[in-house]
Design a protein around this ligand. Structure first.
Ligand code: UT7
Length: 325
């Protein structure tokens, strides 16, 4: 039985429609919603985001990301024996977006399921895939984060609609005799459901409640910086590693100020942090694999590097994964 799992390929995809802050500010002005490029950049670091066309779903975005990851790994779809998709914006109530992605990949038979942990979804999914590989129930997993958050944004609420974007990222995680994933640390605290949620649900053929994103940004911010440090330190301790050994910190891309704080608390310089929030905005479960793929394809992240991935989001959920790339 293999002792470890290791990432053998990464991929990502952004829908073509890119909105700069200026584009979004102009669109919102048409609705009487006032914001500015200066406010968005100063408070978040976001300069632009991508929005999917109205008929494009999370599994549509996941497909090219998954294909790019499989191509990078030199793996054919038929060799995949597990699909886990992290998403909070699935194509349908059911079946899972992972099953729909499986069909779009032209394969059948392997287990496929979604994980719903909002912006922590990818670290949750990677941890589950690693456990299944180490248990011998899978050998070659496709782990995807894909979101169309533009569908659940309230464009009359300037405190949230300027923050999010759509996109997908994916990795192939394979059984390995050499260490890849070294440790992970996952948490949830349901007492904080109300600070970041989409409270609507489907009942009797109708949507009950409000199906748009609500966030108490300051409450999320305060919780996020503390729990990210705790998860990072716990993960490093489990693997017997020190923060200064990290080659790249790849955090959830919600706000540059949260990432700066996370790096500072670990005494890591910002040039050891992969930052994509400026161009992608917050893509929830897609943000970490998108940033990872960006780091790999830009030549920053190299084989053998020690990576710390960390996510935080609705639930409240948070966690980190430490790995040898
Ligand atoms: O992905 C899951 C994790 N999510 C996060 O990590 C998000 C965490 N939170 C944040 O990133 C920040 O709290 C925000 C970016 C959401 C907000 O930044 P902030 O520095 O906490 O701003 P604030 O909420 O304290 O608002 C400051 C001011 C307020 O005006 P007053 O009350 O001071 O007059 C807001 O009404 O900024 C105003 N404001 C805006 N102004 C222009 C809020 N949104 C906007 C806007 N444009 N879009």
């Amino acid at each position: 039985m293999p002792t470890y799992s290791r990432i053998s390929g990464t991929g990502s995809y952004l829908p073509p429609r890119r909105l700069s802050n200026a584009d979004l500010v102009a669109e919102l002005a048409g609705r009487g919603v006032e914001t500015s490029d200066e406010w968005i950049v100063a408070r978040t670091g976001i300069e632009a985001r991508h929005f999917a066309a109205p008929d494009v779903t999370s599994s549509d975005l996941a497909l090219p990301a998954a294909q790019a990851a499989m191509q990078a790994a030199g793996v054919e779809p038929q060799q995949i024996d597990l699909i886990i998709m992290a998403t909070s914006t699935p194509d349908m109530v059911f079946p899972s977006a992972a099953c729909i992605l499986q069909h779009k990949l032209g394969i059948a038979g392997c287990p496929a399921f979604d994980i719903q942990a909002v912006c922590s979804g990818f670290v949750y999914a990677l941890t589950v895939a690693d456990a299944m590989i180490r248990a011998g129930t899978a050998t070659r997993a496709l782990v995807v984060g894909a979101e169309v958050f533009s569908r659940i944004l309230d464009f009359n609420d300037r405190t949230t609609c300027v923050l999010f974007g759509d996109g997908a990222g994916a990795v192939v995680l394979e059984a390995s005799d050499t260490p890849g994933l070294l440790a992970s640390d996952l948490h949830a605290d349901g007492r904080h459901v109300g600070i970041l949620c989409v409270p609507g649900n489907v009942s009797g053929g109708r949507v009950l409640g409000d199906p748009l994103l609500k966030m108490d940004g300051q409450a999320v911010f305060k919780l996020a910086v503390g729990v990210l440090e705790d998860a990072a330190r716990a993960t490093l301790a489990k693997a017997g590693k020190a923060p200064e050994e990290i080659d790249w910190l790849i955090p959830h891309q919600a706000n540059i100020r949260i990432m700066q704080s996370a790096a500072k608390r670990l005494r890591l310089p910002m040039d050891k942090v992969v930052v994509t929030v400026a161009q992608h905005g917050n893509t929830s479960a897609a943000s970490i694999p998108l940033a990872l793929d960006h780091g790999v394809r830009s030549g920053k992240v190299r084989k053998g590097d020690l990576l710390l991935l960390e996510g935080v989001g609705g639930g409240f959920t948070w966690g980190a994964v430490l790995l040898n790339f």
